[in-house]
Ligand binder design. Structure first.
Ligand SMILES: [Zn+2]
Length: 313
């Protein structure tokens, strides 16, 4: 995939320095023991009771107050961006800018205005408008704050799963000017932005309302259709972006399909449990994901992405 030299989005919020230490910036057990040993048993009991009152009445976590600024500064590990992470971040910024330009164009063509989402980079864990999230959950979009959340370590895992070694990543003799696997990463970003587009078009709200009145299996089926539409929207983006920037290189789409296959629910479930439970699918099978991405890619038309009324997924 070609991505260097294009505009980088400024809609990126870098929270990697906080490293998921939110809510954990309180006192360490050692510091607490030091404080309590100075207070003695009675003093400690008084302080704990006072602390509980403060907690109940004012909603302030006394441990966080005791911990204070200096302690959390001592324990926080400063984040140093590696050269590899800097490269990935730049790629993310370029792809995000690509999605902005493409969706702006598509929205404008039907007389609508596209509102750009924010992309949050985080490590370990993050506080989002949709609640606390851990990196293990993978990238996600929160419709409440209109932000895409990504821990770049997900891309490392994906490269490993796709069997891309460090050698291949750094190889300069290949025809591609960038890393192997990078279009698969772009596809992940485009999929999350696809959820943002669903949100802007009012689709997410409708699905959420329908899911509230549905049985668990019906609700999962709706979720699958929503996910497959986000894949289709990612394909629509790739189609338009190709016309605009000629960014695709030989093998890129196969690469993304391979990634879609490996992050398809059936694959992940097989990996995890050795068997597949179709009723609990929330993302669709690998074949379905490939099909809908390709539908978007070939047609470049969001009207072809009506997964909700498709008789066959
Ligand atoms: Zn999704």
């Amino acid at each position: 995939m070609r991505w260097k030299g294009r505009r980088e989005s400024n809609q990126v919020e870098d929270q990697r320095a906080s490293g998921g230490s939110f809510g954990g910036g309180g006192a360490s057990p050692l510091a607490l023991m030091a404080i309590f040993s100075r207070l003695g048993v009675k003093g400690t009991i008084v302080v704990v009771i006072l602390g509980l009152i403060v907690w109940k009445v004012f909603g302030i976590n006394p441990l966080a107050v005791v911990g204070g600024q200096s302690l959390s500064q001592q324990t926080a590990q400063p984040y140093q961006e590696t050269a590899e992470d800097a490269q990935t971040r730049q790629m993310v910024q370029v792809i995000l800018a690509d999605t902005e330009d493409t969706w702006q164009q598509i929205f404008a063509s039907s007389g609508q205005q596209y509102q750009k989402p924010t992309l949050v980079l985080f490590r370990n864990g993050v506080q989002s408008g949709c609640g606390t999230a851990q990196s293990a959950m993978g990238p996600f979009y929160c419709p409440v704050d209109q932000k895409v959340y990504i821990d770049l370590s997900f891309f490392q895992q994906m490269r490993q799963q796709m069997g891309i070694s460090g050698d291949q990543q750094n190889s300069s003799e290949t025809t591609r000017n960038d890393q192997a696997g990078d279009f698969a990463e772009a596809y992940v970003i485009a999929h999350e932005v696809g959820h943002h587009v669903q949100n802007l078009l009012g689709i997410s709200t409708k699905v959420q309302q329908a899911r509230q009145q549905a049985s668990e299996s019906q609700s999962n089926a709706l979720s699958v259709r929503q996910e497959l539409q986000a894949d289709c929207f990612a394909g629509v983006w790739a189609n338009h972006n190709q016309q605009r920037t000629q960014f695709l290189q030989a093998g890129d789409v196969e690469e993304a399909m391979d990634a879609a296959h490996k992050i398809g629910d059936d694959y992940l479930q097989k990996q995890a449990t050795g068997h597949v439970v179709p009723d609990s699918f929330t993302h669709g099978t690998s074949a379905q994901r490939s099909h809908w991405f390709n539908t978007g890619l070939k047609t470049g038309d969001i009207n072809q992405c009506d997964t909700f009324n498709a008789s066959q997924l």
